[in-house]
Design a protein around this ligand. Structure first.
Ligand code: ASP
Length: 330
């Protein structure tokens, strides 16, 4: 027997009204009428996951809907992006991704989805500093000692990352090229599980966002050597910048954005963008971001147009760098 639940009623009403309204408008008016899924292209417990879950909760309150996170990790963040690009463009499958959206289009020459035109942009979320961190037992007391150790030990040092194109991969590459050394790379489905191994001491080094490292640094379960921004991070006031610690020109930060599959109706994209803007002003979210060394973007960046402009410029910025390095994922 067909008995609509109370939750299904608005959708049903919209469906019945549909013949009398423009199709895009009808679906947008009923939206959202069920659970929205945000795909995170890395494992649970990592920095992209943390940002996405905070945003999902706050957006859900504004939308009056449940917003859940699904982790689809692997292949440097391309699997989750592919799943989103191939999902129905109905506003119920979204993606939170990071700077990898700018590097993947050049790094991966064979993909089963269009890494740029496969998406609608909804808005930028945040920009997160990175930190150079190591297992607690590492034989170095500051960045200079770490550099000396890495130069001495070379490939005997393991460097964790979240796959080719991940922020940890880019930051690790920058670190190796700055020191002109080659380390042994250990890829994970995300830096959440990589952090577990760093705490356990089974890998030596990692470069990762403050949204994953701040609490471990404070708890003393890992060692931190530098933050990769121009100025120190308020959440970790004792941690020097790479420049202060003697590694100039080492600046990396990781931006995140919210996406929908290409073809998602503009009314829905705009509704999601408004919800994102509200979420980024949520006092609990702002406090938690600050505690993890980051902050929401300005309101005017959390829009589809600003996000698209920023992203396309960043793809163009990375393309010659990756091509000159001649390192591709395939
Ligand atoms: N921080 C990871 C990276 O290296 C991704 C993650 O696990 O969120 O890109």
């Amino acid at each position: 027997m067909f008995r609509p639940t109370r939750r299904a009623l608005p959708a049903l009403a919209a469906g019945l009204a549909a013949p009398f309204a423009a199709p895009g408008l009808a679906s947008a008016q009923a939206y959202p009428s069920r659970t929205i899924t945000i795909i995170v292209p890395f494992a649970a417990g990592g920095p992209t996951d943390t940002v996405a879950r905070l945003v999902a909760d706050a957006m859900g309150r504004d939308l009056g809907a449940t917003v859940v996170v699904e982790n689809v990790g692997g292949a440097g963040g391309t699997l989750g992006a592919q799943r989103t690009a191939q999902a129905r463009p109905d506003g119920y499958t979204l993606l939170v991704h990071h700077i990898g959206m700018s590097t993947i289009p050049t790094l991966y020459r064979r993909l089963a989805y269009d890494p740029i035109n496969g998406f609608e942009t909804i808005g930028l979320i945040t920009e997160v500093p990175m930190t150079i961190v190591a297992k607690r037992g590492i034989q170095a007391n500051n960045l200079q000692e770490l550099i000396a150790l890495v130069r001495r030990e070379g490939e005997r040092i393991n460097l964790a990352n979240a796959g080719i194109g991940a922020a940890s991969h880019l930051c690790g590459l920058l670190f190796q090229s700055a020191l002109n050394v080659r380390l042994t790379t250990v890829p994970y489905r995300g830096t959440g599980p990589a952090m577990n191994d760093l705490v356990a001491g089974t890998v030596d080094l990692m470069c990762d966002q403050t949204t994953n490292t701040t609490e471990q640094i404070r708890a003393g379960t890992i060692r931190a050597f530098a933050v990769t921004t121009n100025s120190r991070v308020a959440a970790l006031p004792d941690l020097p910048t790479a420049r202060e610690a003697g590694l100039p020109n080492f600046e990396v930060s990781v931006w995140h954005g919210l996406y929908a599959p290409r073809g998602t109706p503009a009314e829905i994209v705009n509704r999601l963008s408004r919800a994102l803007q509200v979420a980024l002003r949520d006092p609990a979210l702002v406090r938690r971001f600050a505690d993890l060394g980051t902050a929401p973007v300005e309101q005017d960046k959390a829009t589809p147009a600003a996000h698209r402009r920023f992203w396309e410029a960043d793809v163009a910025r990375w393309r010659p760098i990756i091509q000159a390095a001649g390192q591709f994922a395939d």
